[in-house]
Write a protein that binds this ligand. Structure first.
Ligand SMILES: NC(=O)c1ccc[n+]([C@@H]2O[C@H](COP(=O)([O-])OP(=O)(O)OC[C@H]3O[C@@H](n4cnc5c(N)ncnc54)[C@H](OP(=O)(O)O)[C@@H]3O)[C@@H](O)[C@H]2O)c1
Length: 426
C-alpha cells in the first residue's frame, strides 16, 4: 500500500485488528526515521500476509496496519491498556510529523497479539539487522555443538552466539562451515557474535583474530566484551588465572573503558561489523558511554522473568543500545520452564513453555539466545508464538510480584569477586 494514500480499510467491520505499526515501533526504537519506515514496512507486509491467511478462514480483518496513522491510535491504546505502555516502558511513541491522523475511537479491540517470529529482525544502532532468535553455544560440549549449529542453520536459525571463553569456537565454526558447504546458506545470511575474554583485554585485536581463526570466518557481525573486567594476560592459566589464595587474578590496571576503546579500532579493520558489551549494569554503562566515540550496538545480559533487569533495559533504550537476553530458560536444566505462570500460558495457547519464555523477549523488542544441543529442542524453540494481552498481563503481574518481593534469581554470576553494579547483587 502506498503510505501516502488513505487506508481503504478504515472503518471495516471485521473483528480482528492488526496494529502492525506498534510492533514496528518496538523494533525500531532509537532509529532514524528511515529505519523506522523500513522496519514498519516489513511488519506491514507480515500483517497483510496474515490478513490474506485469515480471510481464507473467513475471519474478517478490520484494519491492517494503519501505518502512518499510528500516532493518535497508539497513544490512545497506551492510555487504555497500561500493559501496552509497559511494553514500551511507559514511553509512548513519538508522533511522526505530517502524517494523516486516525480517530482512535474507531479501534476498540478486546485482544491484542504481539507478534514474534523466529526471523523477526531487530535493528541495531549501526543499521544492521539482528535476527530475534539466536542459538546459544555456552556449555555445548565438543562432539555436540558442531551438529547443533548445522542443524539449527538448516532448520531456520540465522543467528549464532559464540565466545572464546566457551572453548568450542572451532566446532561452532565447523558447524557453520557444514551449513555453508551445502550451498543453501551463505555467510552473509547468518549473524555471528563472539566475545572478547577477560585475559585478552590488553590485546583486543589478537583476541578477535584467535576467535576468527577458530571459527573459520573473516569477520563477525558483532564482537562483545564478555565481562567488564580484565584478568591477568600473563597469569598461570590462559582463561582463568588465579592468585596464590585461589581467587581470580584480576588485572585492575586495565579499565574496561580502555578495552572498549581498543574494540572501537576493530571497526576499521572489517573484522567486526559491530561492537558491544555484555553484562553491563547502568553504573558501568554510565562510566563507559561518555568516554567513547561508538555507542555499543548491544548489551547482552541475563534477562528473564526472574531477572527482568528493567532498569538496565530502559537505560539501554534511552542510549539506543539493543538488548540481547541470555539464559532465557534459566540456563542449565531450563528451570524457568517449570514456573506455573509460564506453564499455564503455554497450556492455554497449546505451545511449549520454552516458546512462551522466548517469545516474551521478542514481543518486547529484545533478541534472545536459547542454547540447546538437542535437535528436537532446537526445533521446538523455533516456534515463537504471538502473545496476547492476557498472556502479557499475567507475565507482567508475575514480574511485578517478583520485584515487590525482591525475589530475583541470577543464574550466571562467575566468581570474579567484583561488584558489577547489579542491584540484585549489591
Ligand atoms: N554474555 C554472557 O556472559 C552469557 C552468559 C550466559 C549465556 N550466554 C549466551 O546465552 C545462551 C543461552 O543461555 P544459557 O545457555 O545460559 O541457557 P538457556 O538457553 O536459558 O538454557 C539452556 C538449557 O535449556 C535446555 N533447553 C533448551 N531448549 C529446551 C527446550 N525446548 N526444552 C527443554 N530444555 C531446553 C538446554 O538443554 P540441552 O542443550 O541439553 O538441550 C540447556 O540445559 C548461551 O548458550 C550463550 O550463548 C551469554
Amino acid at each position: 500500500m502506498d503510505r501516502q494514500e488513505p487506508n481503504p480499510r478504515i472503518g471495516g467491520k471485521g473483528s480482528v485488528v492488526f496494529i502492525a505499526t506498534i510492533a514496528a515501533y518496538v523494533a525500531s526504537r532509537g532509529q532514524t526515521n528511515n529505519d523506522y519506515c523500513s522496519s514498519k514496512g516489513a511488519v506491514v507486509a507480515l500483517a497483510k500476509a496474515l490478513e490474506v491467511e485469515l480471510a481464507a478462514k473467513k475471519i474478517r480483518v478490520n484494519s491492517v496496519s494503519p501505518g502512518y496513522v499510528v500516532t493518535d491510535m497508539t497513544l490512545d491504546l497506551c492510555d487504555r491498556y497500561p500493559w501496552l505502555a509497559d511494553i514500551m516502558n511507559n514511553e509512548p511513541p513519538k508522533r511522526l510529523p505530517q502524517k494523516a491522523q486516525q480517530k482512535p475511537s474507531k479501534y476498540s479491540p478486546d485482544k491484542f497479539f504481539i507478534m514474534a517470529s523466529l526471523n523477526t529482525k531487530l535493528i541495531l544502532n549501526t543499521g544492521a539487522e539482528i535476527p530475534a532468535l539466536g542459538l546459544g553455544t555456552w556449555q555445548s560440549k565438543p562432539g555436540e555443538v558442531r551438529a547443533a549449529v548445522t542443524y539449527a542453520l538448516n532448520n531456520g536459525y540465522r543467528h549464532i552466539d559464540a565466545a572464546y571463553c566457551y572453548g568450542n569456537e572451532e566446532e561452532v565454526g565447523l558447524g557453520l562451515k557444514d551449513a555453508f558447504d551445502n550451498g543453501k546458506i551463505k555467510r552473509e545470511d547468518v549473524f555471528v557474535t563472539t566475545k572478547l575474554w577477560c585475559t585478552d583485554h590488553t590485546r583486543v585485536e589478537e583476541g578477535l583474530d584467535k576467535s576468527l581463526k577458530l571459527l573459520g570466518l573473516e569477520y563477525v557481525d558483532l564482537y562483545l566484551m564478555h565481562w567488564p573486567i580484565a584478568m591477568n594476560p600473563n597469569g598461570n592459566h590462559e582463561k582463568f588465572p588465579t592468585r596464590p589464595d585461589g581467587s581470580r587474578d584480576l588485572y585492575f590496571e586495565r579499565s574496561h573503558v580502555s578495552t572498549y576503546k581498543d574494540m572501537e579500532k576493530l571497526l576499521g579493520t572489517g573484522k567486526a561489523k559491530a561492537i558491544g558489551v555484555a553484562n553491563y549494569s547502568i553504573r558501568y554503562l554510565k562510566e563507559l558511554v561518555p568516554q567513547v566515540s561508538v555507542t555499543p550496538a548491544v548489551n547482552q545480559i541475563e534477562n528473564h522473568i526472574l531477572l527482568p533487569q528493567q532498569e538496565i533495559v530502559d537505560y539501554c533504550k534511552e542510549l539506543g543500545i539493543h538488548v540481547t537476553a541470555y539464559s532465557p530458560l534459566g540456563s542449565s536444566g531450563s528451570p524457568l520452564m517449570q514456573l506455573p505462570v509460564i506453564q499455564g500460558i503455554a497450556q492455554r495457547k497449546g505451545c511449549s513453555t520454552a516458546a512462551v519464555l522466548l517469545s516474551w523477549h521478542v514481543a518486547c523488542g529484545r533478541s534472545v539466545l536459547a542454547k540447546s544441543v538437542t535437535p528436537s529442542r532446537i526445533s521446538e524453540n523455533l516456534n515463537l508464538v504471538p502473545l496476547d494481552s492476557n498472556d502479557l498481563h499475567e507475565i507482567n503481574a508475575f514480574i511485578a510480584d517478583t520485584v515487590a518481593k525482591n525475589g530475583f534469581t541470577r543464574y550466571v554470576y562467575p566468581a570474579f569477586g567484583v561488584d558489577f553494579g547489579f542491584p540484585d547483587k549489591a
